[in-house]
Design a protein around this ligand. Structure first.
Ligand code: SF4
Length: 249
């Protein structure tokens, strides 16, 4: 089975994955023809998937987008996780010329000024490195959960990402946060200490704040934007504006 066979493949895979546990889901995908890539942001959901991949030594490429604006706690957790599971987490960085062009056009922290400027920053620091990370991949494994936000409430276990030409796999789609926390506790999975300080969802440092009691899990991401569906574009392909070329400076 390959991603190239299209939406029918994704639908059939979705049905197969629904009846399996986490290890079964990951093992099934890892055993299919084609490269499987797991992109981790080192958040608690992603740490659960990393633990399952590492514990079973599954043939999945584990990668992270090292945006250059991550919290020090997140950067430290990358190394801690590699040591814990004896694996390599490949870092994908933005291109220096793209950062220079962005800074010249918007200012280094121009993302606070407009949604367009924010999407352009995510494009340079996340989407372009993501495209490189997913080159040649047939399957893209993510830590998306239905309970993370209303925007993610319909997350399937497998879906065709026609734009990227692969099948996206969400093995934790039906897990709630209590189940995630129980897995972490039962398996001594290392997690970001920021979670205990009010950060259920952790992205880049300048774009993430702690949430208040009762707020949705992702309320601390790009909190200054007045858009309930705000995302960085990784999981909403049309959300980001075009990548500014270096010459845009
Ligand atoms: S989350 Fe913020 S700092 Fe990170 S890439 Fe997006 S706009 Fe830039």
């Amino acid at each position: 089975m390959t991603a190239a066979t299209g939406n029918g493949t994704a639908e059939a895979l979705n049905d197969q994955l629904a009846s399996l546990d986490l290890t079964g889901r990951l093992s099934l995908v890892a055993g299919l023809q084609g490269r499987a890539v797991f992109t981790t942001s080192l958040g608690i959901e992603d740490q659960v998937i990393t633990a399952a991949i590492g514990s079973e030594r599954l043939p999945v490429d584990v990668v992270t987008l090292e945006t250059g604006r991550l919290f020090p706690e997140t950067v430290a957790l990358i190394e801690e996780t590699e040591e814990r599971y004896g694996m390599t987490i490949s870092r994908y960085h933005p291109v220096a010329d793209d950062i220079d062009a962005y800074a010249a056009r918007y200012g280094l922290n121009g993302f606070y000024e407009s949604v367009e400027a924010r999407h352009a920053c995510c494009n340079v620091r996340k989407l372009k490195p993501l495209a490189r990370a997913l080159e040649g991949a047939a399957f893209w494994i993510t830590g998306l959960r239905r309970g993370q936000s209303g925007n993610r409430a319909q997350t399937p276990f497998a879906e065709l990402d026609a734009e990227r030409g692969l099948v996206k796999i969400n093995p934790l789609a039906d897990w709630d946060i209590e189940r995630i926390r129980a897995y972490v506790a039962d398996n001594a999975v290392p997690v970001n200490p920021l979670h205990a300080r009010g950060y259920p969802s952790i992205g880049c440092e300048p774009c993430t704040r702690a949430i208040k009691p009762g707020e949705p899990e992702r309320a601390g991401r790009w909190w200054w934007e007045n858009d309930e569906k705000r995302e960085c574009g990784l999981h909403v392909p049309d959300a980001a504006s075009p990548i500014p070329a270096p010459s845009a400076a």
